[in-house]
Write a protein that binds this ligand. Structure first.
Ligand SMILES: *Cc1c(COP(=O)(O)O)cnc(C)c1O
Length: 406
């Protein structure tokens, strides 16, 4: 009997914690000093922990020692606050007017860069009669990604607005790199130097933010020596680096001279999520039989097919559809690759088990994960679907229950 629920994403506690500890050890090399004091990890748990499930991942990361968690919206922050009463939670997307109240209620740390955002926070603070400096904010600097953050040209005006809002306190300053995984990209150097100039201006204006942060998974795995942590230290602040994807066992595709070293570091990470299901039924079909919507696959010979109870509504990408037995993606059954044949439908997918004669209803199917030493990863799915592993993980829909396991 297969375990229930049949289709499920098993989330491994030991792997998540192992990845966190490994990334922390890389940081300790980059920024020697008292562990956890000089430079820390801000564990990014946005997008339902990259599809791995906020619960259980956020509390596990806190148990592993994460003091900071990163989310994208106030809603996510509120959900994390319920799970992790003591963590510091950074909302990394810029604040919207109606979010200020809920943000303060849940004691989340907002990202700001616009005077309107400061006004909304100050008004909410006033309604709550908060005291001087009681709302910590993190200022994002746009150093070249042109997505969020104050441009260096507008920084002085922003700092002036902030000076006149006594309930708000500039607790952190950060930036985000557009090309962190392109290790030799000129853009990284430009963004770093723009960030340094912004910090000079901020400290010269009399602000003393406690936290200075930049960088993501790529930054840590590439062990960038001119580390963001070093930058924080020169200002007497604490550094943070914000890994997301690496916590869950994956990484962006590196390029550049040091890509190999980064790939080696990345090879130490273990995928946290295993996506499994079971065969519903099998059938034999004759040569010439069409399979699935629009008959995109026609059996070239007599075949045995297995029906799987997953489809694109579960997040199985339609680009994994196979018009031949080798053009699509595959799953693992009895430790063998079983190619997807025909279109991935909303709720159903058909795979070729001609070479796995014992495959039968109820047998375990691994969509992502390992079986008898073979492995299918989100990188494989990303290659088949022409996307990135981030999207593959985030796309696994809420219909697939996340099951905590060791
Ligand atoms: C998503 C995100 C990260 C994490 O990026 P990864 O590539 O997943 O490590 C870090 N910082 C910010 C601002 C982000 O939005």
């Amino acid at each position: 009997m297969p375990p229930f629920p049949i289709t499920r994403a098993e989330i491994s506690r030991s792997r998540l914690i192992g990845n966190f500890e490994y990334l922390r050890s890389l940081l300790a090399h980059a920024a020697p000093g008292e562990p956890g004091q000089r430079c820390q990890l801000l564990a990014v748990v946005k997008a339902n922990a990259y599809g791995n499930g906020l619960s259980p991942c956020a509390p596990w990361l806190v148990q592993a020692g994460a003091k900071w968690l990163g989310v994208t919206s106030v809603e996510e922050g509120v959900a994390v606050r319920r799970l992790c009463p003591k963590a510091r939670i950074l909302v990394m997307r810029g604040l919207l007017c109606d979010e200020a109240e809920a943000l303060m209620e849940a004691q989340l740390t907002p990202t700001v860069w616009d005077s309107a955002q400061l006004d909304w926070l100050a008004e909410a603070a006033q309604r709550r009669a908060l005291a001087f400096g009681s709302v910590p904010v993190h200022l994002e600097i746009d150093t070249g990604m042109s997505r969020q953050g104050v441009g260096v040209a507008d920084l002085a005006k922003f700092l002036n607005t902030l000076l006149n809002l006594p309930t708000l306190r500039l607790a952190g300053v950060y930036t985000h790199f557009a090309s962190a995984e392109m290790l030799d990209a000129e853009q990284n150097r430009q963004q770093r130097s723009a960030f340094r100039r912004a910090l000079e201006q901020i400290f010269a204006a009399g602000f003393h933010p406690q936290w200075i942060h930049a960088g993501s998974s790529a930054t840590i795995l590439a062990q960038q020596r001119e580390s963001e942590c070093g930058l924080a230290q020169t200002w007497g602040a604490k550094g943070l680096i914000r890994p997301g994807i690496a916590l869950y066992g994956y990484a962006p595709a590196f390029s550049g001279k040091r890509a190999k070293a980064a790939e080696q570091a990345r090879a130490r990470l273990q995928p946290v999520l295993a996506w499994k299901t079971a065969i519903v039924s099998t059938r034999a079909v004759a040569a010439g039989t069409a399979v699935g919507y629009d008959a995109t696959f026609v059996a070239p010979a007599a075949m045995r097919l297995a029906l799987l109870p997953v489809g694109y509504a579960d997040g199985l990408n339609r680009k994994l559809s196979g018009t031949t037995s080798s053009s699509g993606g595959h799953v693992l059954i009895h430790g063998e690759p079983a190619p997807i044949v025909g279109r991935v439908s909303m709720d159903l997918t058909v795979v070729d088990v001609s070479h796995i004669p014992n495959a039968a209803a109820g047998d375990e199917v691994v969509i992502l994960g390992e079986q008898n030493g073979l492995r299918v990863t989100a990188d494989d799915h990303a290659r088949w679907a022409e996307t990135i592993p981030y999207e593959i993980l985030c796309a696994i829909s809420t219909r697939v229950p996340r099951v905590a396991c060791e």
